[in-house]
Design a protein around this ligand. Structure first.
Ligand SMILES: Nc1ncnc2c1ncn2[C@@H]1O[C@H](COP(=O)(O)OP(=O)(O)OP(=O)(O)O)[C@@H](O)[C@H]1O
Ligand SMILES: [Mg+2]
Length: 256
């Protein structure tokens, strides 16, 4: 366990025994996980098992009933609203559904997080938007409306919007869901580039085991409200545990 405000380098994000019930349903029942600085942690598990809820705890959008979320050694529950907002500014979040603003152009969507935060010169803003769109190979589409884009392009715009503030921590919720293999591969490549070029720490929720194996330094398997297994893709493949093996081989479609 990392020491609060001390040497947090080994765990950029530390989930310490998180539990969360919503209504009568226990969603998280003691989730513990350390995500190291610069690593890509992939989170897998059954549908409805609490992966998105776990991401929401990392951003502070949801609060645990018990347990702590430490970011760089700091318990986010101890932060003031202003301090938490500052931490959130360093986190890029790609929502499960992309969530673009339909009434805004691609460029306006991507610019949104910066407009919210700074009153910089418009030329500078446009420069940054183009730079972010270049990363996702969409610089030629800046004036289009989201409705005129394919699903994969919308995901990439959402990614550009999440990356424009150069976050230290990226949270991706199902970035490749519903995309064809080429579009999925492009997103995987981007996630890897973010890590290699900017040293970004990432948590990626996915059902796509091929993508998981490509991008993950480690994979955490969420099962029955806990991290049942956490290890490298090889360790996961070779662990020999029947619950893990059944999940990976596709016998896990049913809720746990
Ligand atoms: N705001 C909420 N209010 C009520 N229940 C919620 C809320 N958010 C999540 N839940 C419930 O918590 C459980 C876990 O949801 P979550 O979205 O984390 O699943 P998931 O693992 O991300 O699933 P999927 O792979 O289908 O996206 C579900 O039963 C869901 O209905
Ligand atoms: Mg989800």
């Amino acid at each position: 366990m990392s020491k609060e405000n001390g040497n947090w380098d080994s765990a950029f994000v530390c989930l310490d025994n998180l539990s969360k019930s919503i209504g009568t349903q226990d969603i998280l029942s003691g989730v513990s996980l350390e995500i190291r600085k610069g690593e890509t942690m992939v989170l897998i598990g059954s549908s409805g098992g609490g992966k998105s809820v776990t991401l929401k705890h990392i951003t502070g959008l949801m609060k645990p009933d018990n347990g702590r979320v430490l970011i760089k050694g700091q318990d986010i529950a101890s932060l003031t609203a202003r301090q938490l907002a500052a931490v959130r500014q360093r986190i890029g979040l790609l929502f499960q559904n992309g969530a673009l603003f339909d009434s805004m152009t691609v460029g306006q969507n991507v610019a949104f997080p910066l407009r919210e935060r700074t009153q910089g010169a418009p030329e500078k803003l446009i420069e940054k938007v183009i730079e972010a769109l270049k990363l996702v190979n969409l610089e030629g589409h800046i004036n289009k409306m989201p409705v005129d884009l394919s699903g994969g392009m919308r995901k990439r715009v959402a990614l550009a919007r999440a990356m424009i503030t150069h976050p230290e921590l990226m949270l991706y919720d199902e970035p490749t869901a519903g995309l064809d293999p080429v579009a999925s591969g492009a997103i995987d490549k981007l996630i890897l580039q973010m890590q290699e070029n900017y040293g970004v720490t990432s948590v990626v929720v996915t059902h796509d085991m091929k993508s998981a194996e490509k991008i993950a330094d480690r994979i955490a398997f969420l099962h029955k409200g806990r991290v049942y297994f956490c290890g490298t893709p090889e360790e996961l493949r070779d662990c020999g545990d029947s619950v893990v093996t059944n999940f990976i081989s596709g016998h896990s479609g049913l809720p746990s």
